[in-house]
Design a protein around this ligand. Structure first.
Ligand SMILES: NC(=O)C1=CN([C@@H]2O[C@H](COP(=O)(O)OP(=O)(O)OC[C@H]3O[C@@H](n4cnc5c(N)ncnc54)[C@H](O)[C@@H]3O)[C@@H](O)[C@H]2O)C=CC1
Ligand SMILES: O=CC(=O)O
Length: 328
């Protein structure tokens, strides 16, 4: 007798190749328009599906998990960060959670370098002048930025993306420093020529550039708070591709305005752009709309990871990218 196909609800439009493959394997409900589901639509999906495939724009909190149907057994997130899912409540309800780590590492690390260069080499200011047709020709003292080579880069969160940033920054001639929950194994530290700082305070006070690459968890919320931001050198630049919540955005905005921090390259925000309108037009701030992992290749590979997680679960095993509360 043919096995009953799992019912899978996907909350956002995914690349066509991924949607097609999911439809071949499972009884899939796809989203027709590319907007996030409302809370009521999410609740309905979670009441009826065996598997939910959400993404970062869905808040899968304790309330929604509490209302989930008995059938829901897997939340297979399309994305690496899982701070929008209450993993502990899901565990208590016997619902597994998986994510898609690794396949967006290089793309996100590339974007960290783009943001770093964008701020230190004043790329946005140059672009705006060209687009406005205001360029007066080359001048020896125009658009002077600062060189990355020889500068100290402090990586906060030396996991997959942090290490990929370190490799790139090494090639730019930067000195690599890091603060991480756990120190890296000596052979990895050696290959990255990286210096470990047990004290985050001491590290931030000495860096020229900080790259934020830890996840957003209860222990990293506002890890870069006003007090720590004040430890930075006034010439320092911060790049954040992790989650907005790791930095106190209001304090950062105040300090950038006051010239107490030289610049910032941001891909992620706690309050979106509406929460910090002052950031938008600052010449020393490069803002991107959360596009660190936005490559065609990466988004398809994320889909392949989701497929593997759901398929492995359907075959009666734990998904390879299962997220456990203890990992957070
Ligand atoms: N902007 C974008 O498009 C993307 C953003 N991300 C974000 O990047 C984050 C990191 O991704 P991965 O490198 O793949 O994760 P990972 O799990 O490989 O690395 C995170 C590192 O942060 C460290 N860490 C955790 N808590 C810490 C703390 N309190 N203090 C110091 N270090 C701590 C961990 O020990 C680990 O080494 C994701 O959680 C996600 O929020 C991920 C992909 C794309
Ligand atoms: O920010 C993106 C993610 O997958 O996490």
């Amino acid at each position: 007798m043919p096995q009953k196909r799992l019912s899978v609800v996907v909350t956002r439009r995914l690349p066509e190749a991924v949607e097609t493959r999911l439809s071949e394997l499972f009884d899939v409900t796809l989203r027709e328009d590319d907007t996030p589901m409302t809370r009521a639509q999410l609740a309905e999906a979670m009441a009826e599906a065996d598997v939910l495939v959400p993404t970062i724009t869905d808040q899968i909190d304790a309330g929604l998990i509490g209302q989930a149907g008995e059938r829901l057994k897997l939340i297979a997130n399309y994305g690496a960060g899982i701070d929008h899912i209450d993993v502990e409540t899901a565990r208590r309800r016997g619902i597994l959670v998986s994510n898609t780590p690794g396949v967006m590492t290089d793309d996100t690390a590339d974007m960290v370098m783009a943001l770093m260069l964008g701020v230190t080499r004043r790329i946005q200011e140059g672009l705006l002048v060209m687009q406005a047709g205001e360029w007066q020709g080359w001048a020896p003292t125009a658009f002077l930025g600062t060189r990355l080579g020889g500068k100290r880069l402090g990586i906060l969160g030396m996991g997959r993306i942090g290490q990929a940033v370190a490799k790139r920054a090494q090639a730019f001639g930067m000195q690599i420093h890091y603060h991480n929950r756990r120190r890296l194994r000596p052979e990895i530290e050696d290959s990255l020529e990286a210096t470990w700082w047990e004290s985050l305070d001491q590290m931030v006070a000495r860096m020229d550039v900080i790259s934020v690459n830890c996840p957003h968890t209860p222990s990293t919320f506002h890890l870069l708070n006003a007090r720590r931001l004040r430890l930075l050198k006034p010439s320092a630049v911060i790049v954040n591709t992790s989650r907005g919540e790791v930095i106190d955005e209001s304090a950062l905005t105040r300090m950038l305005k006051a010239g107490e921090i030289a610049g910032a390259g941001l891909d992620v925000y706690q309050h979106g752009i509406k929460g910090n309108p002052d950031l938008v037009n600052m010449p020393n701030v490069v803002m991107l709309p959360h596009m660190g992992s936005a490559t065609i290749e990466g988004r398809i590979e994320m889909g392949e990871k989701v497929l593997l997680n759901v398929k492995t679960f359907a075959d009666g095993h734990r998904p390879p990218d299962q997220v456990l509360p203890a990992m957070l």
